[in-house]
Write a protein that binds this ligand. Structure first.
Ligand SMILES: NC(=O)c1ccc[n+]([C@@H]2O[C@H](COP(=O)([O-])OP(=O)(O)OC[C@H]3O[C@@H](n4cnc5c(N)ncnc54)[C@H](OP(=O)(O)O)[C@@H]3O)[C@@H](O)[C@H]2O)c1
Length: 268
């Protein structure tokens, strides 16, 4: 059976995509192949899912329809000319952070189309959000391939490439801000007298529940905030402190710094 989709890299993100594609039966295991670097991630993914592990992926690329670049961004330079040439006529989808379409399409000069994406870490459990930009408008079949692939990681949005630095600042780095906030909640809960394990559990479930309510509700975050804030109440007392400390300005500065760093990294 010909290989239809080939992964360069077999780490956490590649594994999440492979599992999603198999679970939704977009491909059979025989139609998917992967390669990896020196560590045994490729054989491990093949053993766990039944896909093929090919130490030399280049011959397989001749029959494949789609190539997913899922190695580390630093390993992009190791993609040799022979492998790049084997990408002729293929759809190349990259999840490598910070590698612009210009560099991708320079390497895979004869690709059918090239798609740059920016996923985030919850993608590893199918709960991520990914922004993507195609080099050229996607054909009907390629729309399906891109959507099937990205839905394995969670939700997705098509954006202009110039927006990807801002996307990186918001959703790419965003999970780290939420983890930091979870740690701050846990620490503050302990300072209020709670046991650390309980404070941790309450912080995680509060973030999870609030995010699920926000996603399901048609209300804005501000409206939901107001709904739990009675005048002179406990929440109002806490929000007053957050406002005095100008939480919104801090978040604004944090995203601006992340965006600036993303632009800087792309030019290195
Ligand atoms: N993790 C995330 O949530 C996240 C979010 C946004 C973007 N990304 C992007 O997704 C990409 C993959 O991230 P990850 O977290 O899945 O990384 P990872 O778990 O470290 O996996 C990287 C994979 O690349 C393989 N590899 C190393 N050298 C290679 C080579 N020369 N040729 C082919 N494959 C090679 C590695 O193989 P060995 O380990 O066997 O050497 C490993 O399977 C990165 O470019 C990252 O920027 C990830």
């Amino acid at each position: 059976m010909p290989i239809k989709i080939t992964f360069i890299g077999a780490g956490r993100m590649a594994s999440a995509i492979v599992r999603g594609l198999l679970e939704k039966e977009h491909y059979t295991p025989e139609e998917i192949a992967c390669t990896c670097g020196d560590d045994p991630t490729g054989p491990a993914l093949a053993k766990a899912t039944g896909i093929q592990f090919l130490p030399d992926i280049t011959p397989a690329l001749h029959e494949t329809e789609t190539v997913i670049l899922a190695c580390k961004p630093q390993q992009f330079v190791e993609i040799n000319a022979e492998l790049a040439e084997a990408g002729r006529g293929k759809l190349i989808l990259s999840i490598l952070a910070g590698i612009p379409l210009a560099r991708l399409s320079e390497k895979f000069a004869h690709a059918r189309n090239v798609v740059r994406t920016m996923p985030n870490t919850p993608g590893q459990i199918g709960a991520g959000v990914t922004a993507f930009t195609p080099l050229r408008e996607l054909s009907g079949k390629d729309v399906e391939i891109v959507e099937n692939t990205l839905s394995s990681l969670g939700n997705f949005h098509e954006v202009e490439e110039e927006d990807l630095d801002a996307v990186t600042a918001l959703s790419g780095s965003g999970p780290a801000y939420v983890f930091e906030f979870a740690a701050a909640l846990r620490e503050a809960g302990v300072n209020c007298g709670l046991d650390e394990g309980l404070a941790d559990a309450l912080a995680v479930d509060t973030l999870l529940g609030a995010a699920m309510l926000l996603a399901e509700s048609e209300e804005s975050p501000e409206a939901l905030r107001n709904a739990v804030t009675s005048p002179e109440g406990t929440t109002a007392a806490a929000l007053k402190i957050l406002k005095e400390g100008d939480l919104r300005k801090l978040v604004d500065q944090a995203l601006a710094a992340a965006k600036a760093r993303s632009i800087e990294l792309a030019s290195e």
